[in-house]
Design a protein. Structure first.
Length: 255
């Protein structure tokens, strides 16, 4: 019961901070800009508009979620809301899991809203690719939400948290390039074992966001290389990893 109340509190905070309203306005602007840019294309105007809108909407989701979660958690620490809640019989484990659940709900809502915007932009192009794109965006948003929760727990500066989250997102989008460096056999440091270990660890710690939420699905449909199982496994593995790291930090934090 206490967890449900805390999730409702997080949702009310998102409404109070105008997160949904602000992101909705940005989504409308992204769709309008995509339609404008698409009208200037010589051919395949609908496809160009859909791809442009999907790419910009994906970035807006990551930035909006990161900023909301970072400033929400840091405000809870500064106002000592977390210390007050821990004084109640809720426990540190349940507190972190409840925060994760609340942020995941907000992430899923934003992704669903974004998917509807992309579908509304070109309803005649609707296919299974749009469904997988929306589900993949839900998974990506949940990963980013839990990563933002983790960085907000371990860093004391809101700006540092935001930069760390966005840097993680950018590196995750570059996973293919990092893996390419690992497989190329070229090394920068004198010890190739050290470099291989660093590159492998970094590759394993980063989700394959370059394979999620692909705009090509909206135009060419689904591919055999990436399916629903891969998308869900990425979300489960890296969300659990971020939650466990946040739980570990909360477990040994002294208030």
């Amino acid at each position: 019961m206490k967890s449900v109340i805390l999730i409702q509190y997080i949702l009310k905070a998102a409404i109070r901070d105008r997160l949904l309203l602000g992101v909705s306005l940005l989504l409308v602007m992204a769709v309008c800009m995509s339609m404008f840019m698409g009208s200037a294309a010589v051919s395949e105007q609908d496809q160009f508009a859909a791809v442009f809108a999907a790419g910009s909407i994906r970035l807006l989701n990551a930035i909006g979620l990161t900023l909301f979660i970072v400033f929400f958690i840091r405000r809870c620490f500064e106002m000592r809301d977390i210390e007050f809640m821990l004084s109640r019989p809720i426990g540190r484990l349940k507190l972190v899991l409840t925060y994760s659940a609340g942020f995941s709900v907000i992430a899923a809502l934003l992704a669903l809203l974004s998917g509807l915007c992309v579908i509304a932009l070109s309803p005649h192009m609707f296919s299974e690719g749009h469904i997988l794109w929306t589900l993949s965006l839900i998974v990506e948003n949940i990963i980013i939400a839990n990563v933002a929760l983790f960085f907000s727990m371990i860093l004391t500066s809101a700006a540092s948290c935001a930069f760390a989250c966005l840097g993680y997102y950018v590196l995750a989008r570059m996973s293919a390039e990092l893996l390419g460096v690992v497989s190329s056999g070229k090394y920068i440091f004198d010890s190739h074992w050290l470099e291989l270990a660093l590159q492998t660890i970094s590759a394993l710690m980063l989700p394959r966001l370059d394979l999620l939420t692909q705009t090509s699905w909206l135009v060419y449909g689904l591919e055999d290389t990436v399916g629903l199982a891969f998308v869900l496994s990425q979300g489960a593995i890296y969300s659990a990893l971020a939650i466990c790291a946040a739980l570990l930090d909360m477990r040994y934090r002294q208030f």
